[in-house]
Design a protein around this ligand. Sequence first.
Ligand code: BEZ
Ligand code: FE
Length: 289
Amino acid sequence: MRTVTKDNITDVFMGYFGEDTDPRLREVMQSLASHLHAFAKEVNLTHAEWQKGIEFLEFAGRISDEHRHEFVLLSDVLGLSSLVDMVNSVPEGTSSSVLGPFHISGAPPIEFGADMKGEYEGQVLLACGRVTDPDGNPIEGAEIDIWQTAPNGLYSSQDPDQDIYSFHGIQTTGADGRYGFTTVKPVSYTVPTDGPVGEILRATGRHPWRPSHLHYIIKAPGFRPLVTEIFPDDDPYLDEDTVFGVRSDLVMKYVECQPGDFPDGYVLSGKVNDTFLRADFDLKLVPEG
Ligand code: BEZ
Ligand code: FE
């Protein structure tokens, strides 16, 4: 094809693939190119706009490192991460939700009833529930990787004043499938806005807030791993999460409890002198395959 035109460039692109190309790679790349070409034609993309887009991506690359994942954040605020979650989720299980850029591996094991609050100020939250299969049978040996921000709204990897594993822990369920730990009530917080993604949010009149949440990754032999979050029903940002992570089945209710109701088997640094919150939430995993 000698003469490439705006009408045939997509077909020409398709013809450039080698015969041995992996079929799935071919499908994904061809669809991506068709949508990119259609987008450029639809908006009559100018050179200046194309240049700006390239500079944006270069800035995202420069600001990214092993702790800062600006491309993940871009995917999150565009709704792409959530769309991928929804396309791949299975209705029999608890919905998945965004991983986000702040998960760190190697969190320490914590016992049932452990305390993640430490000396931090904030209302005590007791988070508990069961890990089950779709029929409600308990799953033994499920590992729950838990993480959240400190009361200042920062994850440990963003905050030099925190230990790297503060508000992180991995709990393994026993025969009854139960998990449970104490922590501080999570707070709403903003996604990082000091990079190119922040510029886009400002330019398009969007706020950077996420509703408060706890993050979980649950893994159990024979079951699909689940990456998810749970959100209290009274958070002001519940219906306007800037990364589109809320699903109706991930919304829970805090129950206010009196100090005397603090159950046996849980620990907390210091005494529970004040009311505390309790959130019961079951996590349903779907068998693999
Ligand atoms: C988070 O919940 O940790 C998160 C998710 C998406 C973007 C930024 C943060
Ligand atoms: Fe988060």
